[in-house]
Ligand binder design. Structure first.
Ligand code: CTP
Ligand code: MN
Ligand code: MN
Length: 528
């Protein structure tokens, strides 16, 4: 904005003034009156905005709006022009000549409220992620996406031995997701302890250059591409992916099925990789959940089937369908999963999977929690596998339930004969079975989708619900917080008070948070 020298102002003659009245927000009639009034006083009016205009009169209260409409990119472009309120115009008409522009006449730049917060108020950020609301949609994707690439890279590089580097990037990303404004200034982050030196440098670089070179290098690193590709295969973790790269494998075609040590998950995972990489839509997940609910209800009336995981946190798509099953009568859930799997098999909804028996014993309450991905594994009875979703699911057919023919016999059976299948015994195998690759290539009216079915006894259910709702980082933070702050051990099976040596029950999800002395967070605010 021009800083006005009053002497110059006072010497302004009417001839030196060219007015442009912005028509926006001014009624047509009033605008005409204003123009007529100006002409009567001999003040020149321009019909259009141009650089020769000396005064822009507007009803807008924020300079930002004026500049946007005038299509002015920077304030420097208007340094010789006055952007003034209607009040200046009225005073000028009254005075019979353009009055000097005083501070009260100027239309000022009003920063949006969210940015004001960033500048003026030191944000109060709770120390733990589980004490903050972390929504799925937030203001700082520009930074969190690159930070999570660094996290992923560190995770793949260092793996289990050293998860701390990966974690540092995630912490920074997580805290940025919880900020109610877009970060525009690195200094506003200086007191946030979750943003360490490395992350801070990354954010600064993005603010200055629009990108971070280190992240660009990772994105273009062939090793990273291969690691991401291989570890995205069902049943393949980072250590297997590394071994494959060491063998010189570069893509899916290089994978030698013979070399897969008969791991059924990997065999199916490779064959169906392309399809499993498709996102699962919320509609598909809901249709499948409803089928499971109806079947489970027939087996065990009163059963509860909850769609958990990312969908429960409000994500519109996911990589799988996570269903948590329980029944208010503790013990009645035993045997449910085996029967349910049989029913789903009869309906030809199952491609392959592994039914794991429960490995729970009360001592898991006290077991050491490690700061690792493995630390999140639980001991519930569960089935992790791949289901066949008829294409009609995907299109979201409303009368879908009637379309699944219960009596139809499965023609396609996967060959699992040679596979080691620990604790799995529900699947009958046909000797004439097609190979997974043949199944993939066959003409079929279904798509392969990853499904997790988990059974929790009701007295552990609400802890299981929190655990299986996630996200993973929210859980990890919650567990670490419980341990460090409360001296309590939290798992998907329950909460164990290490000082008193007792378990702390919960009869709702809210009670889980109460027991942890935390404000309740809706699942949609657990997207750390
Ligand atoms: N989980 C778990 N034990 C496992 C696997 C997963 O407790 N053996 C938890 C995860 O920590 C996560 C939730 O269950 O909080 C769902 O896991 P997953 O399906 O892997 O992730 P989502 O958050 O659902 O992501 P997506 O939408 O991609 O499926
Ligand atoms: Mn999921
Ligand atoms: Mn899952």
């Amino acid at each position: 904005m021009a800083v006005n020298d009053n002497k110059i102002q006072n010497n302004l003659s009417k001839q030196n003034v060219l007015l442009y009245i912005m028509p926006q927000k001014i009624q047509k009639r009033r605008l005409e009156d204003m123009k007529t009034g100006a002409k009567k006083k001999g003040i020149q009016i321009s019909q259009n905005y141009s650089s020769s205009v000396t005064h822009v009169v507007s009803e807008f209260t924020n300079l930002e709006q004026v500049l946007r409409i005038l299509e002015v990119k920077t304030e420097a472009e208007i340094k010789d022009q006055h952007i003034v309120k209607i009040a200046w115009f009225i005073e000028s008409i009254k005075a019979g000549h353009p009055v000097p522009v005083e501070i009260q006449h100027k239309i000022q730049l009003i920063m949006p409220k969210i940015q004001e917060e960033e500048k003026n108020v030191e944000p109060v950020i709770p120390e733990w992620a589980c004490q903050r609301a972390t929504p799925f949609k937030h203001f700082n994707e520009q930074f969190t996406e690159p930070l999570e690439i660094l996290e992923k890279y560190a995770e793949l590089r260092d793996q289990e031995q050293d998860y701390s580097r990966a974690l540092a990037f995630r912490r920074a990303s997580c805290v940025l997701k919880s900020l109610p404004y877009k970060v525009t200034n690195i200094s506003s982050l200086k007191n946030i302890k979750d943003i360490g030196g490395h992350s801070s440098r990354v954010i600064k670089e993005i603010l200055e250059d629009g990108y971070c070179q280190e992240v660009e290098d990772i994105v273009n690193d062939p090793w990273f591409h291969k690691m991401k590709l291989f570890s995205s295969i069902f049943g393949v973790g980072p250590s297997t992916a590394k071994k494959w790269i060491e063998k010189g494998w570069n893509n899916l075609q290089d994978i030698n099925i013979e070399d897969l040590r008969n791991d059924w998950r990997v065999i199916w995972g490779v064959a169906f990789h392309e399809e499993l990489m498709d996102s699962v839509s919320r509609t598909e997940a809901d249709v499948f959940a409803q089928i499971v609910r109806e079947e489970a209800e027939k087996i065990l009336p009163g059963v509860s089937v909850v769609l958990t995981g990312g969908f429960r946190r409000g994500k519109p798509i996911g990589h799988d369908v996570d269903l948590l099953l329980t029944h208010p009568d503790v013990g009645s859930e035993i045997g449910l999963l085996a029967t349910l799997l049989q029913r789903l098999e009869e309906k030809e909804l199952i491609l392959c999977g592994n039914h794991e028996r429960s490995s729970f014993s009360p001592e898991v309450y006290q077991r050491d929690f490690k700061l690792s991905m493995r630390g999140q594994l639980d001991h519930f009875e569960k089935w992790l596998g791949i289901c066949k979703f008829p294409k009609t699911f995907i299109e979201g057919c409303s009368d879908i339930l009637t379309q699944i023919n219960v009596t139809k016999k499965s023609v396609i059976k996967g060959s699992l004969d040679d596979c080691d299948e620990p604790k799995t015994k529900f699947r009958k195998l046909s000797s004439k079975a097609l190979s997974p690759v043949d199944v993939f290539k066959s003409k079929r009216d279904w798509k392969a989708r990853r499904v997790d079915l988990i059974i929790s006894p009701f007295d552990q259910h609400y802890y299981a619900l929190v655990g299986w709702t996630g996200n993973k980082h929210f859980n990890r933070d919650l567990r670490l917080y419980s341990q460090r702050v409360l001296n309590m051990k939290l798992t998907s099976h329950g909460l164990y008070d290490l000082s008193k040596n007792v378990t702390v029950p919960a009869s709702s999800e809210k009670e889980v948070f109460e027991n942890l002395n935390l404000t309740f967070r809706e699942p949609s605010d657990r997207n750390c």
